[in-house]
Design a protein around this ligand. Sequence first.
Ligand code: CP
Length: 312
Amino acid sequence: MRFMKKDILDIHSLDPDEISLILDTAMGMKEISQRPVKKVPTLRGKTIVLFFQEPSTRTKLSFEIAAKRLSADSVAITKTGSSMVKGETLIDTVKNLESMRPDVIVMRHSSSGAAVQVARRVDCSVINAGDGIHAHPSQALLDMMSVRENKGRLQGLKLAMIGDIAHSRVARSNIIGFSKMGAAVSICAPQTMIPAGIASLGCTVAPTMEACVADADVIMMLRIQKERQNDVLFPTEREYAGCFGLNKARLSLAAKDVTVMHPGPMNRGVEIASDVADAACSMILDQVTNGVALRMALYYLVAGGSRHADTD
Ligand code: CP
């Protein structure tokens, strides 16, 4: 199968075969990071611009490391370090970036839809590294990769997702992705953090956290996104943890071989207890490891794979 998409903007626009191809390609990339010399020449001569207008540890670093592992040249620009602080618009900024002939722009932006707007105006590939509360496709793809690697499948699994669904682009992308791949997704949060119509993305809303995690094969905990909240949506962090935090007692309700996930950054003692975050069933750091391979796969597929096979 040939991957023909110019951009990776959201999970909604990927079909199950494309998702499977991305996950298979990422699994093939994983071994490169285990070599003594962690570098292959696959994308030599390609230029990748990392344009992050929100803070990031995992996504930015793994996109940068992924570029280096494939021998692409990567350069980073931030909002505060760019001429946007002098009033230049986002579109003028990316048109100027495009004039320097990059092959891929990876961008994170606080506004939902920003990556789509940019992708329509530039000829190079655009990878959305998170836009507002809309989408975080590379996170959902690395999460699906991690679960498929751990469980051997996605079809038929029960995924419980608990946390700030309303403000989470990770939640939206994972609900769409996992349900597309045949998993049953159950979500739970305070009513103030469950957006109207969320079930139309392909999930069910559980009445309690206990009901949500019961017999779950995978539990994904989400951070409270205070930076995107205008109102106080729960009384105190202590009360939130009491009702919606993952602790050992709640974990015991899940399937015997349950796997715990968190996209990071996590707030220990709020949405997840430390002894759960560090338990043997936690694959939180495995998600980060897979993030490098997954992003190598995205670069390869949009900038060096079959889209360019006829011109290589
Ligand atoms: N998961 C995630 O997006 O983490 P960062 O904000 O650190 O990139």
